[in-house]
Design a protein around this ligand. Structure first.
Ligand SMILES: Nc1ncnc2c1ncn2[C@@H]1O[C@H](COP(=O)(O)OP(=O)(O)OP(=O)(O)O)[C@@H](O)[C@H]1O
Length: 294
C-alpha cells in the first residue's frame, strides 16, 4: 500500500482548486493507495503539514500549488527518502514548467500514478532552500510589493513591476565572491536560478538545467530607468540576454557580503519575499538532492 499525501494551498493561483479526497479517490484505488489530503491555512503551514507527513512515513508528498508551496513542501522532505509530486495550481508555476508537468490537474495527477522519477539539484541559501530561483535585486523588490498588494496573478505582478520601477534603488556596497575572485557590485538585478523558467513562460536563464550541478546567475549593474524599460521589453520578447552589461555565469557556490556591518537583505526565494538579517549570504547548489515525479 502506497501512502500518498497531498498538501494543497487553497489560495494558490485563482484559489479554485478542485483537489479534495473525494476527487482524488477517482484516480487512486483504495486497495493500492492510502490517500491523505491536507490544506494549508497560512504562510509556512504547508511546510508544517509536510513535516507531519514525513513523520507519518508518507511515500510521496504532493505539493499542490505554485513555486511557494513547492518550496515549503520540498524543504520539509530534503534529506528524507520521500518523493516529491507536483500538481501545479499556482499562478506562475516556474518549476513545474521546467519539469514539463502539465498545468491540467487531471494530467498532473496521472503523472503521479505513473511513478517515473527524476533527481534534481536544489539551491541552498544560508540555512534554507530554493528549488526554482532566488534573487536580491529588482525581482525581490517586485515580489515584495506583489505580496503586500491584494491583487494577485499576472496583473498583480505587472502592477508591482511598475511600482517598483519608480521606487527601486540599486543595492550598494555589496561584495560578490565568485570562483575565487572578489568584486564590488551595485546590482539592479542579481538573479540565481536552478531552473530555466521564471513562470508565465518567461525566462532569464534559458541555459539552466535542473540536473547540471550548477546554478545560473544573471547580474545587471548600473541600470538607469531607460535601461530597465529596455530590459523589460527584451524579457517580454525572450531576448533579455542581449542587454548590454549583463553578466551570465554558471557556478556551484557564491557568497555575498555587505560592507556595512549588519544588513537587512530583501531576497525572493521561489517567488516569496524574505528578509535576511545577516552580513553574509552563502549560496550553493546541492546536486541531485531531491527526487521528483515527472
Ligand atoms: N490558506 C492560505 N491563505 C493564504 N495564503 C496561503 C495559504 N496557504 C498558503 N499560503 C501562501 O500562499 C502563497 C502563494 O503560494 P504559491 O506560490 O504556491 O502560489 P502562487 O503565488 O499562486 O503561484 P506561483 O508562485 O507559481 O506564482 C505563499 O506565500 C503561501 O505560503
Amino acid at each position: 500500500m502506497k501512502k500518498v499525501h497531498f498538501v494543497v494551498n487553497p489560495k494558490a493561483g485563482k484559489g479554485k482548486s478542485k483537489i479534495s479526497e473525494e476527487y482524488l479517490l477517482r484516480f487512486f484505488n483504495k486497495y493500492n493507495y492510502k490517500i491523505v489530503v491536507k490544506y494549508s491555512n497560512y504562510k509556512g503551514h504547508a511546510k508544517f503539514l509536510a513535516k507531519e507527513s514525513v513523520v507519518e512515513k508518507a511515500d510521496i508528498i504532493v505539493a499542490c500549488g505554485g513555486d511557494g508551496t513547492i518550496n515549503e513542501v520540498a524543504s520539509a522532505i530534503v534529506n528524507s527518502h520521500i518523493i516529491l509530486g507536483i500538481v501545479p495550481i499556482g499562478s506562475g508555476n516556474g518549476l513545474a514548467s521546467n519539469l514539463n508537468i502539465p498545468n491540467d490537474t487531471n494530467k498532473a495527477i496521472a503523472l503521479i500514478k505513473k511513478n517515473k522519477t527524476s533527481r534534481i539539484d536544489i539551491g541552498k541559501v544560508n540555512d534554507s532552500y530554493f528549488f526554482s530561483n532566488m534573487g536580491i535585486g529588482f525581482d525581490a523588490a517586485v515580489i515584495n510589493s506583489y505580496h503586500l498588494g491584494n491583487r494577485h496573478q499576472l496583473l498583480g505582478y505587472l502592477k508591482s513591476t511598475v511600482k517598483t520601477f519608480f521606487n527601486f534603488k540599486p543595492l550598494q556596497d555589496i561584495t560578490l565572491e565568485l570562483a575565487g575572485k572578489t568584486k564590488n557590485i551595485n546590482p539592479f538585478l542579481f538573479f540565481i536560478s536552478n531552473s530555466n523558467m521564471l513562470g508565465y513562460n518567461v525566462s532569464l536563464t534559458r541555459k539552466a538545467s535542473l540536473q547540471d550541478g550548477l546554478l545560473d546567475i544573471v547580474l545587471i549593474e548600473h541600470a538607469n530607468k531607460l535601461k530597465i524599460l529596455w530590459f523589460a521589453f527584451l524579457l517580454f520578447i525572450g531576448q533579455s540576454q542581449i542587454i548590454k552589461g549583463l553578466t551570465y555565469k554558471q557556478v556551484k557556490t557564491l557568497k555575498l557580503h555587505c560592507k556595512n556591518g549588519s544588513y537587512k537583505w530583501l531576497i525572493q526565494q521561489d517567488g516569496e519575499p524574505l528578509v535576511v538579517e545577516k552580513n553574509e549570504i552563502d549560496v550553493e547548489v546541492l546536486p541531485n538532492a531531491l527526487e521528483v515525479l515527472v
